[in-house]
Design a protein around this ligand. Sequence first.
Ligand code: OOG
Ligand code: MG
Length: 260
Amino acid sequence: MAWDVASVAAELLRCEDERVDRPPFTDEWPELDLDTGYEIQDLNLQARLARGETLVGVKLGLTSKAKQERMGVHVPFVAWLTDAMLLPAGEPVPQSRLIHPRIEPEVVFVMRDRLSGPGVSCATAMAAVDSVWGGAEIIDSRYRNFRFKAGDVAADNASSGAFVTGPVGLPTAEIDLTLEAALVEVNGVIVDSATGAAVQGHPGEALALAANELARRGHALEPGWIVLTGGMTDAVPAPPGSSIAVHFTNLGSIFINGGV
Ligand code: OOG
Ligand code: MG
């Protein structure tokens, strides 16, 4: 079978809806590059909106060395967040709709102003932010063992699954994000940690990257949007029965039960 943008998009949504994983498309279609991946991602955003979901923001992928090294993909990229991915605080991992969830700590921005690239810097990006939050993303790949290349993972909406935001939101002036730490706790044991500096040197750089990358695709960051700036540490598996927590220095703690 010769894959194209439309058939890969349909197959990815089918895998998501039926909770099945598969080998990466680049095994059969090596020319599936990042920009082709974005075309597929955009087609599936339209499909998500057509079935009643609402666009609520964007997520960045692979903005930290820890994530890039683990996934073997060394380019950051952007994907879409819809309201179907919002997990209320205190809810368990939605295992019934995920294949092999993993959790990662992220710095989250809520936008006050529209932010449109190109030419956005960390400082101009931060000036458009309303508030900063701690977050936990529950990623889930439609690729077996999370094996993929840049084009595959961009097409797969950057392994989107669900995300939770924490209990504390601060104005940007009240927090030094380079020094803001996140500890990752699994079943009572701290297994990893990083500060915001792990994310492109400053999470605001990731925000600028999002605005500039979206401009290339004819979009801007809109007021009220949520931006997940990317995993600060490697992600940890979140199987049924597990108990995961993310603790931030100033942005509070998020507790996520692995569910059943
Ligand atoms: C790709 C998604 C990356 C992040 O924060 O880096 C991502 C993956 O690791 O499966 O969400
Ligand atoms: Mg993430």
